[in-house]
Design a protein around this ligand. Structure first.
Ligand code: ADP
Ligand code: MG
Length: 399
């Protein structure tokens, strides 16, 4: 990576300094505001430990959910305080309710080396999402140097991810940011071959640019999910009640023409009259989709051949479930991908999972630790794969 990282900062540069660290603590909460998945908190710990070990005073910024520029108690970061403290044993962790205030500044100034303060949701601040210059400067007052470890928010040019970086020096990448970028970058630029990409999910529309960007780089691009149905439509096949994006059929046609044999569509489908009627699910060939039913998963033959392709690959990149994995029996195709990727990892392949739902599926299958890398950022990883610049990364100090 061509950016400075926390590893480039010596203890002399960090001792006693306030490290303003943008993390991604945008965790899922249940109705009782309990964290249902703490992956993103755990993912930030290595960077925090490194900074604390080198004597820094750590000030944390994060967003949570989508409040609209003013405080809303249901989006408070307060529920993160305790789990964070538990993940940093023997450290003092405190939570301060406001970010852009004298109180926040006071808290950061009173912080001792080895201590952590978590400030309230950055999206409670008007100006965060508009990348306001005044807010960026005010945030910069809260630290002596800047660390961005929020890969999941790196595709946003917000005050806490981009604007603030211009007012603090050095502005460096955290360990999670570095790891995320390295995995994705190496897969795109220097993949061990065969390089197989697997793309699925509900909509083709959000992933067209990814398909176009990946096609010239991969040896095979395996398509699943409802996305396959838009391609079927483009091929003139019956799609029944499947989710098809009518306004993308022409585009799907031109992609098929360009792609040649590298773009692979499912040969068979698991269909049912509706998601609720899983008990009547059955497999049909792709040219035999019944008009009154929907494709809700890839079929068993496809699952098998995709698994074979994955098993013989040296690099596998996966984004988007193969079916409605939330509802059995339509989780079979997605599970088959997760399992074959786990096997591939065991055989020395590099396996990368990107996308919120795909990551959840891998977690649900208990296979997350059998992947080389599960990305913490769905949107950010897609934009990176599309070849776009991530503003939160671009704003950091060059090596
Ligand atoms: P990710 O978050 O991994 O990028 P997406 O958000 O693009 O994935 O897509 C995930 C959603 O796609 C899931 O909610 C899943 O139920 C849905 N999906 C997958 N296949 C189908 C299908 N054949 N019909 C309807 N929905 C589908
Ligand atoms: Mg999703």
């Amino acid at each position: 990576m061509n950016k400075l990282t926390v590893r480039d900062l010596a203890a002399e540069q960090l001792r006693g300094k306030r490290a303003l660290v943008r993390v991604d603590f945008n965790v899922p909460l249940d109705a009782g505001r309990h964290i249902t998945d703490d992956t993103r908190i755990r993912a930030a710990i290595p960077t925090l430990e490194l900074l604390l070990d080198r004597g820094a005073r750590v000030v944390l910024l994060s967003h949570l959910g989508r409040p609209k520029g003013k405080p809303e108690s249901k989006y408070s970061l307060q529920p993160v305080d305790k789990p964070l403290a538990e993940l940093l044993p023997n450290r003092t962790v405190s939570f301060v309710e406001s970010t852009d205030s004298d109180e926040a500044l006071k808290a950061t100034n009173e912080l001792k080396p080895g201590e952590v303060v978590l400030l309230e949701n950055t999206r409670f601040l008007g100006g965060e999402e508009t990348n306001d210059e005044r807010l960026s400067r005010a945030l910069a007052e809260l630290g002596d140097l800047y660390v961005n470890d929020a890969f999941g928010a790196a595709h946003r040019a917000h005050a806490s991810t981009e604007g603030v970086a211009k007012h603090l020096s050095p502005a460096v990448a955290g360990l999670l940011m570095e790891k995320e970028i390295n995995y994705l970058h190496d897969a795109l630029e220097n993949p061990k071959r065969p390089f197989v990409a697997v793309l699925g999910g509900s909509k083709i529309s959000g992933k067209i640019d990814v398909i176009e960007a990946l096609l010239p780089k991969v040896d095979a691009l395996l398509v699943g999910g409802a996305m396959a149905c838009t391609f079927y439509k483009a091929m003139g096949l019956e799609t029944g009640k499947s989710l098809v994006e009518a306004d993308r059929v022409e585009l799907a046609k031109s992609l098929l023409e360009k792609a040649g044999t590298r773009l692979i569509l499912p040969h068979d489908a698991t269909v049912a009259p509706s998601i609720e009627q899983g008990s009547s699910a059955r497999a049909v060939g792709r040219d035999a989709l019944p008009p009154d039913q929907a494709m809700l998963d890839i079929g068993p033959r496809t699952a098998e051949s995709y698994a074979r392709a994955i098993a013989s690959a040296k690099t596998v990149l996966w984004n988007g479930p193969m079916g409605v994995f939330e509802t059995p029996p339509f989780d079979k195709g997605t599970r088959a991908i997760a399992e074959s990727m786990a096997t591939a990892t065991g055989q020395g392949a590099t396996t990368i999972v990107g996308g919120g739902d795909s990551a959840a599926a891998v977690e649900q299958a208990g296979l997350a630790d059998k992947m080389s890398h599960v990305s913490t950022g769905g949107g950010a990883s897609l934009e990176f794969l599309e070849g776009k610049t991530l503003p939160g990364l671009a704003a950091l100090t060059d090596k």
